[in-house]
Write a protein that binds this ligand. Structure first.
Ligand code: NDP
Length: 331
């Protein structure tokens, strides 16, 4: 089988030769293990952090070793009770065509008619749960709030904005990196307003889109976006600090928001979170969002790259913003 290794630790923006595709031998599955053929794998922003040497909230990838990450596969062979050939499983041994793993590390998921299994890597998986928990539990969004979402055309942001609308936000505003994405989020996704952050200072663009200010900011970007949101937030405003993709490839620590002092007078709450602490919410999330996806009330686009060889390029394209919706690799 074939897998993608971390060939070198990137400095700044990763380059294609920081990755290598290599052949590997597949062991026979021992008792309690399953052999899986991966059908889809995920490329996610957090993987960039794991390519660095320093420890963050997940341990770093090792140079010369295969990368890991979310994947959906089909069981080919099972030495574990409860798993049979043909079962669909969600697991963390992506970046490879096949995997032999402990059945305990795999979750059996149902096939949903009309929904691609890749949804388990996006709207019905980790990014979906991130949007749900971030918006509802961390930011405590309530009816009537004005909600601002950055990276709004992406996997997390597109669901956060649609959920805000369905939960009765009085206005939902998105920030995105292209005019095509502006049209997508205000059209198909139903945002009330959106702007292309490449067209001017975020602070001015946000002010134009939310003249009366905002109550909730779902932060996927950090940096100038966070600073602009602090300026726009009304008293008792709340920020779910989900990601800071604008700084993941920075080689110097970025300056903090220069206006952070406003958090005091405005009584703001800025709260970071990591989705892996919140899997107790997964059943509630699936109960609520699953039917909305099935019935087409939540739109989930995917940008799909073909084949393991394209996985590093798909990861880089996602960091550059070439995806609309979840970036997926079909294997
Ligand atoms: P996306 O599908 O949103 O893809 C990333 C997007 O980020 C790109 O499409 C691009 O869109 C945007 N982007 C890239 N560079 C910049 C930049 N400099 N400024 C503004 N936007 C940029 O990825 P995900 O939905 O998977 O993740 C979104 C965020 O959520 C990330 O920050 C991620 O780290 C975070 N996250 C956090 C989790 C947690 O547990 N806290 C869990 C999962 C994700 P554009 O064209 O609009 O620039």
């Amino acid at each position: 089988t074939r897998q993608v290794l971390l060939a070198a630790r990137p400095t700044g923006w990763p380059r294609p030769d920081d990755f290598a595709v290599a052949e590997a031998e597949l062991p026979e599955p021992a008792d309690g293990r399953i052999l899986v053929r991966n059908v889809f794998m995920s490329v996610d922003p957090y993987m960039r952090g794991r390519m660095n040497a320093g420890k963050s909230y997940v341990p770093p990838f090792q140079v010369g070793e295969p990368l890991t990450g979310g994947a959906i596969g089909e069981v080919l062979e099972s030495k574990a009770p409860g798993f049979a050939p043909g079962d669909l499983v969600l697991h963390d041994f992506g970046w490879r065509e096949h995997a032999v793993l402990d059945a305990a590390a795999a979750r059996k998921v149902p096939r949903i008619p009309g929904v691609s299994p890749s949804a388990y890597l996006g709207v019905l998986g980790m990014p979906g749960l991130t949007a749900y928990v971030g918006l509802l539990d961390i930011a405590g969004m309530k009816e009537g709030d004005v909600v601002f979402v950055s990276a709004a055309a992406g996997a997390v942001g597109s669901l956060a904005g649609q959920l805000a609308r369905l939960k009765g936000a009085s206005r939902v505003i998105g920030s995105v990196g292209s005019d095509e994405k502006v049209a997508h989020v205000t059209g198909e996704l139903g945002f009330d307003a959106a702007f292309n952050y490449r067209r001017g200072p975020v602070r001015d663009l946000l002010k134009e889109a939310a003249p009366d200010g905002i109550d909730v900011y779902f932060d996927n970007v950090g940096a100038d976006h966070l600073e602009a949101a602090i300026a726009a937030l009304r008293p008792y405003g709340r920020v779910a600090m989900c990601g800071a993709i604008a700084v993941y490839n920075a080689t110097e620590p970025p300056p903090g928001p220069r206006n952070l002092v406003q958090a005091i007078g405005k009584r703001l709450t800025l709260r970071g979170f990591i989705v892996s602490d919140h899997y107790d919410r997964f059943p509630a999330f699936l109960d609520e969002v699953g039917p909305l996806v099935r019935d087409g009330k939540i739109v989930h686009r995917e940008t799909v790259a073909e084949g393991l060889d394209q996985a590093p390029e798909a990861f880089l394209a996602m960091l550059r913003g070439e995806n609309i919706g979840k970036m997926i690799v079909r294997l």
